[in-house]
Write a protein that binds this ligand. Structure first.
Ligand SMILES: [Fe+2]
Ligand SMILES: [Fe+2]
Length: 474
């Protein structure tokens, strides 16, 4: 009863906030409360979201439909009345709930264009949505991590309210910068890995308009749902080991090659192979950015440091070898931007800098969680890693807008509550490689990489047995 009262109060507050004019560039109608919108959204059950395609000229779409629904398709047109439309068909997989998750990839899009689309199965078509493609290589991305769309329990009210928080955070970001054309998430989108969480995750109408690229967090692995939910381009299907729910993938946006890595899989050999293949296919793309879940250099959670040391040993030689510019991470829920790192060591301290030009290494950034922020531990400030350059401790929620241009990547970090920019940091490169030194993996790097494959193999057996126990035999 007490909980119900609390929920009602939160709901009323949310509605008041909405009526006070938090309207976004896209969204539910201003005269509809989030509660009404949410009820309609959940009863529809499609949970449509758009993902990036392999490049800007393609997009992925995925949604749920009943088991007896017909063949899945996306109809796309340059006209709002859907004249001259093209239809792309896709594939469906049967989910553990015995309905379908449909996946369609639309290709051959023009740049600098607006498109309208409907998705459907058989004779059933959705309403019309729209999106646009980039006019040039410059773009901005919204970066968040550890959305944790449900609190520790997965009750629908916490998902509804946190989904609203995500929608409002996106709206605040778009009010600052309406050139945002990509949403990046560094894992732990869910807390429990449940379907209700992934449905709630993409409730905001922004996810029908802006491509959403996710990585796998340790919490996403708690159940197999993400395996059915995702629709990602260039997913690594030549792996030695991978998590049951997915593996690494890559895509190009503007002049940036993104590596979306599943670092729950310890197999560094698989991560290296994915990066190597993507680079070979896109040798002229100037910027290289990795996104994954685990925080390598923040150092705020001492109990994780022995694991982090190991991860740094096996992963950073790969990032040096392929001259990565920026790595985006999460997991610790503590905001940090590292020093410039090469060979797992600081080569340039960033604490007092706003910009680095042609850095001789990689910058590693962790954003705070937008739903589960952490600051001090009962008044004790947690320690900072020796290679962490910039940090910000706050119980406020954080979001980031990252501007990608021909010569620079600029990170702008804001708190949701104040809307203030508390940090900005720019990486500038005047040539394709900037200041990155050439680097080849050493003998011990290779040995450790192969040990990490064996570790990944056993780790995944354990996780698969957990799934079987919980979801098949449990
Ligand atoms: Fe998390
Ligand atoms: Fe995590």
């Amino acid at each position: 009863m007490k909980n119900n009262l609390l929920r009602k109060s939160v709901s009323v507050l949310l509605c008041v906030a909405l009526l006070l004019g938090c309207g976004g560039l896209v969204g539910y109608a201003a005269d509809v409360s989030w509660e009404q919108y949410w009820d309609d959204y959940v009863s529809d059950g499609s949970a449509l979201y758009m993902s990036p395609g392999s490049s800007e000229t393609s997009r992925g779409f995925s949604w749920f439909s009943p088991a007896d629904s017909g063949k899945c398709f996306v109809e796309i047109s340059p006209n709002s009345d859907m004249m001259d439309s093209l239809i792309f068909y896709g594939k469906s997989v049967i989910t553990p709930q015995k309905d379908k998750r449909n996946r369609v990839t639309v290709t051959g899009l023009s740049l600098n264009a607006e498109y309208y689309y409907r998705y459907g199965n058989g004779d059933v078509r959705s309403e019309t949505y729209s999106f646009s493609t980039l006019p040039s290589n410059d773009f901005s991305a919204f970066y968040t991590t550890d959305i944790h769309i449900a609190e520790s329990s997965s009750d629908e009210f916490s998902i509804r309210d946190r989904s609203y928080n995500l929608d409002r955070t996106l709206s605040a970001a778009f009010e600052k910068n309406d050139d945002i054309s990509l949403i990046l998430s560094g894992g732990d989108q869910a807390s429990n890995g449940l379907r209700s969480e992934y449905v709630g995750l993409v409730a905001s109408p922004y996810f029908t308009k802006i491509p959403f690229a996710t990585t796998i967090g340790n919490h996403d692995r708690k159940a197999p749902t993400y395996r059915y939910f995702k629709n990602v381009p260039n997913e690594n299907d030549k792996y030695i080991t991978s998590s049951y729910i997915g593996s690494d993938y890559w895509f190009v946006k503007g002049d940036v090659l993104f590596f979306m890595l599943d670092t729950n899989n310890t197999s560094a050999e698989d991560h290296r192979n994915l990066i190597k293949r993507a680079v070979a296919l896109n040798p002229d793309v100037k910027w290289r950015v990795a996104v994954f879940h685990h925080d390598l250099y923040g150092g705020r959670i001492e109990s994780r440091e022995s694991d982090n040391r190991l991860m740094r040993k096996i992963l950073t030689p790969i990032f040096d070898e392929f001259k990565l510019d920026l790595v985006l991470m999460g997991h610790s829920h503590y905001y940090t931007i590292s020093n410039v790192i090469f060979d797992d060591k600081t080569v340039l301290e960033t604490a007092e800098l706003d910009e680095v030009t042609n850095p001789e290494g990689t910058v590693y950034m962790v954003s705070g969680s937008i739903n589960n922020p952490r600051a001090d531990n009962d008044g004790v400030v947690p320690p900072l890693g020796e290679n962490a350059g910039k940090s910000y401790l706050t119980m406020e929620k954080i979001y980031n807008i990252i501007d990608f241009t021909e010569n620079s990547i600029s990170i702008h970090s804001y708190t949701v509550e104040s809307g203030e920019e508390f940090e900005s940091f720019t990486i500038t490169k005047t040539t394709k490689n900037g200041g990155h030194p050439d680097s080849k993996p050493g003998f011990m790097d290779v040995v450790l990489r192969y040990i990490s494959v064996i570790a990944g193999f056993f780790n995944n057996i354990g996780r698969t047995l957990d799934y079987l126990q919980t979801y098949i035999f449990g």
